[in-house]
Design a protein around this ligand. Structure first.
Ligand code: 5GP
Length: 186
């Protein structure tokens, strides 16, 4: 992959500008704060893609929260395709038994990764388990996932930015965008 002078030179289209993301995160933060009022929620996010969303969402929530981080990787597959076979690289740091847990995800595509994670976390007996995702790509869903908090529904395109990568690059773009076709082929 050639190194662009400016990352933005590789972007063909901005799908969701930064201002729209920030407005949506504020809205989600308000909803979470009101839904969990009087309780304490544990936000569990999945590295690395959810990092900016988690960082912004937690600051948009006004009730007490705890955070925990997991890291998973898919076995096999290619950079743009998921296999659903998940390996846990980093587990929770604290017990979630009897706690209200909100999973904070970057994107749900086939749903296989999250499906695995939901079953894994349910096995740890939380009081409640809900899903918050910034992006939803329903066109490619293979397993049904009930999303409690949704940012944006997007078309069946591979997107980068605001945490999402292609070959570990582009996570630091402040918007969600689609790369030029030559970036994928080059
Ligand atoms: P799923 O298991 O739902 O198919 O995929 C979940 C994971 O695949 C996401 O957490 C993300 O890491 C990756 N993924 C799915 N769609 C996209 C996409 O459009 N762009 C990027 N960068 N990653 C994606």
């Amino acid at each position: 992959m050639a190194r662009p002078v400016d990352l933005q030179d590789d972007v063909a289209t901005v799908l969701i500008p930064s201002e729209q993301i920030q407005a949506k995160v504020a809205e989600l933060g308000t909803r979470v704060s009101s839904d969990y009022a009087g309780r304490e929620v544990i936000l569990v996010s999945v590295l690395k893609g959810s990092l900016p969303f988690m960082a912004d969402l937690m600051r948009a929530i006004t009730i007490p929260v705890q955070i925990d981080l997991m890291e998973v990787s898919s076995y096999g597959g290619t950079t743009t395709e998921s296999t659903g076979l998940v390996r846990i690289l980093k587990d929770l740091s604290s017990s979630i038994e009897g706690k209200d847990v909100l999973i904070v995800e970057d994107i749900i595509d086939t749903g296989l990764t999250l499906n695995y994670l939901i079953r894994y976390l349910r096995g740890k007996n939380p009081a409640s388990l809900r899903i918050c995702t910034l992006l939803d790509k329903p066109a490619r869903r293979l397993v049904e996932i009930a999303i409690d908090y949704l940012g944006f529904t997007i078309p069946d395109q591979f997107v980068v930015g605001y945490g999402l990568d292609y070959g570990e690059r582009y996570r630091n773009l402040p918007f969600i965008g689609v790369l030029r076709p030559e970036v994928y082929s080059g």
